[in-house]
Design a binder for this molecule. Structure first.
Ligand code: ZN
Length: 202
């Protein structure tokens, strides 16, 4: 392996930082609306500082400046690179509640590979926004294909949604979603499934 060139992203998103003051105001309104006293001890820091700071971190995926640098390296061969069991935490856009679980990623290199820890950091960054699971699965597969310049990318997410687990029947279910870019042959798909099954047995 030799040093390769760093991939660049031509698309620039709105890199505005979060509006701390507005988040603070909005949190105070929610506390008031549910019948709390925003001025009582224990809640002042909640709307003044803690919730705005949490949202700043949990929405980093909107900001390109927070995206991990995906340095790629020249590599020979087209053997599938597989990384399973990547933890992710995201927020559902319907309820602003967390959904979280594991991401499994496979890609077929096209002359370039990226460190496995970068895959983990990319999934983490991409998850930090308001979204739905299917969209996040697509975002990760398409984003990685572009970042790595890979021929083909397969992504599977299995997640528990707090909006389901905490509301209504409090069902604790796991939802699985898949997305891919490019074509995979049967052997490659089987290898990916086997790797995920092995991860599940650990
Ligand atoms: Zn939801």
């Amino acid at each position: 392996m030799t040093d390769g060139t760093q991939t660049t992203d031509t698309e620039t998103r709105d890199d505005q930082p979060v509006d701390h003051e507005q988040l603070s105001h909005a949190t105070r309104l929610i506390l008031d609306a549910v019948g709390e006293d925003p001025e009582r001890d224990g809640l002042v820091d909640t709307w003044e500082r803690r919730v705005p700071d949490a949202y700043k971190e949990l929405t980093q995926g909107y900001r390109e400046a927070e995206k991990p640098t995906m340095r790629t390296f020249d590599a020979e061969g087209e053997d599938l690179v597989v990384k399973t069991g990547i933890p992710f935490y995201s927020l559902c856009e319907h309820h602003l509640l967390p959904f979280h679980g594991e991401a499994h990623v496979a890609y077929r290199p096209d002359g370039q590979v990226v460190g496995l820890s970068k895959l983990v950091r990319y999934v983490k960054w991409a998850s930090r926004r308001l979204t739905i699971q299917e969209q996040l699965t697509r975002d990760i597969s398409e984003g990685l294909a572009e970042e790595i310049g890979a021929d083909a990318v397969l992504v599977e997410l299995s997640a528990t949604h707090m909006c389901e687990a905490m509301r209504g029947v409090e069902a604790h279910t796991t939802t699985t979603s898949r997305a891919s870019v490019g074509e995979f042959d049967d052997d490659e798909r089987q290898r990916f499934r086997d790797a995920i099954a092995a991860e599940g047995r650990r």
